[in-house]
Design a protein around this ligand. Structure first.
Ligand code: NAP
Length: 436
């Protein structure tokens, strides 16, 4: 029976669901040995460094990942960067298929004046900062002003705004990075605006996230009843209201009608607000918005503007894939057709394949679809066995599954003592030490 060798690059949800789909496809005539490569010494991708710390339930999917990793046909090569420590060409020559599950790590830019001023951050920096991603441990997040602005009307913008707007004591029992939590405790920010360039009826927030807002214990959430009513009227005029939109409109109504408790912390939604410019002397001091309106169902610029004084602005307007040597990218994604990188034995799953959309679970069906294509492309003969460790440069400390298990257990134990699910280590050096 041929045993095909598959390399998975990236230990995030797309990577683990790809491994799971391969494991589930094994039969009498087909088996796989799976090698997963990850640049960091820590695993689980966005489940560790993306999902908001106050949403711990979503992270329980990590149990599924660890089950996949415990199968005998799975090997982990953490702290090994493909495209740097090993070339893509090297992997393609030694594995029957290579599946790129490398996500979208770069925040999209607005392309407006002042975007590069200190105090202007991307969600692609802010989110991994509060989640303890080693690359962002020393990010400078100015929390000394009273007001912050978050740009974008998607769930990432919502996460950013919520983390800034809630009382940090609500994060004490979570796995928020220690340095970020300390910084949030000293934050002067009391007012957080979330700005969407279209109407509430067009927002990409999902209903469960909206429905959670009135439950915030120490934060008033503000949207005007008139704005919600206008959105409803426009949505009805545009045609039949689909289920998810009806659900969002109802959630907006509940937020608008929820009595305010007079907390000094507020999160306020602004719609039809298109960012035009960030102004300031050496740092962000003012965010200028163009006022949009909806005419005949189309969003148009009225030519009028208004400003919000703020020292922190976070753009949460989508992501694109980071470059990897040896891979061709197009429109912020790996150039692919339904997950196949044509003319190669490379495949791709997840945000690297389809762009930054969908929830963690979306990657399960995505992986299953791509693995079906991969299997249909397999040659009759599997490649000869080869020990890939021989191709990893000497001096690199490989974080294998046993080593990652040690790191994971040490973080969980350190967290337990403090009443947290884990205490994240953000230094690569220390993580590698913990894995020994
Ligand atoms: P998203 O849902 O695509 O939202 C992006 C937002 O950015 C949209 O409101 C978009 O507005 C806005 N935008 C884009 N370009 C803009 C510009 N130039 N100026 C102003 N606004 C601009 O993306 P995301 O929030 O990054 O989320 C990515 C995926 O992760 C989504 O599928 C999301 O649901 C998922 N996610 C889920 C959870 C959860 O389940 N709790 C948490 C986080 C993320 P337009 O619509 O006008 O383009």
């Amino acid at each position: 029976m041929p045993q095909y060798k598959i390399a998975i690059v990236g230990a995030g949800p797309a990577g683990y669901f790809t491994a799971q789909a391969l494991q589930n496809s094994q039969s009498d005539g087909l088996s796989f040995s799976i090698d997963m490569f990850e640049r960091l010494p820590t695993m689980w991708g966005l489940v560790r460094s993306g999902v908001a710390p106050d949403h711990p339930k979503i992270k329980t999917v990590a149990k599924v990942f660890e089950k996949v990793a415990s199968e005998p046909n799975f090997r982990l090569f953490g702290n090994v960067e493909i495209g740097k420590d090993i070339d893509i060409e090297e992997l393609c020559a030694r594995y029957d298929a290579v599946v790129m599950c490398t996500g979208s790590a770069i925040g999209k830019k607005l392309g407006i004046p002042g975007e590069d001023l200190p105090g202007s951050l991307s969600a692609a920096q802010f989110v991994p900062w509060y989640n303890g991603h080693p690359d962002f441990a020393s990010l400078d997040v100015p929390l000394d002003g009273t007001t912050a602005v978050v740009i974008g009307a998607g769930n990432v913008a919502m996460d950013c705004a919520r983390i800034l707007a809630i009382d940090p004591s609500e994060l004490d029992s979570t796995d928020t990075a220690t340095a970020a939590l300390q910084a949030l405790h000293t934050s002067s920010i009391r007012k957080v605006y979330i700005a969407g360039r279209r109407g509430p009826e067009h927002a990409a927030f999902t209903a469960p996230e909206l429905r959670d807002l009135p439950k915030l214990e120490h934060t008033d959430v503000v949207i005007s009843k008139e704005e919600v009513e206008a959105a409803h009227i426009r949505a009805e005029a545009a045609g039949e209201i689909e289920k998810h939109l009806a659900s969002n409109l109802e959630a907006w109504r509940l937020i608008a009608e929820h009595p305010h408790s007079g907390h000094d912390r507020e999160m306020e939604f602004h719609f039809l607000a298109a960012p035009k410019e960030f102004k300031g002397d050496g740092r962000v001091e003012e965010v200028v918005f163009g006022i949009n309106e909806i005419k005949d169902g189309k969003v148009v610029d009225t030519g009028e503007t208004y400003s919000i004084q703020a020292n922190l602005v976070i753009s949460a307007i989508g992501y694109e894939a980071a470059h990897i040597n040896g891979i061709y990218f197009h429109n912020g994604k790996i150039d692919n057709e339904e997950g196949r990188v044509l003319g190669t034995n490379i495949y791709t799953v997840g945000w690297a394949k389809r762009g930054p959309s969908g929830v963690i679970g979306t990657n399960k069906s995505d992986a299953s679809d791509v693995v079906k294509l991969l299997i249909s492309d397999l040659p009759e003969q599997a490649r000869p066995d080869c020990d890939i460790t021989a191709f990893i440069p000497a001096g690199i400390q490989i974080v294998d599954q046993a080593s990652w298990t040690k790191i994971n257990a040490a973080e969980v134990a350190a967290g337990e003592a403090l009443g947290k699910p884990r205490l994240k280590e953000t230094s690569i050096e220390k993580l590698l030490e913990m894995g020994k």
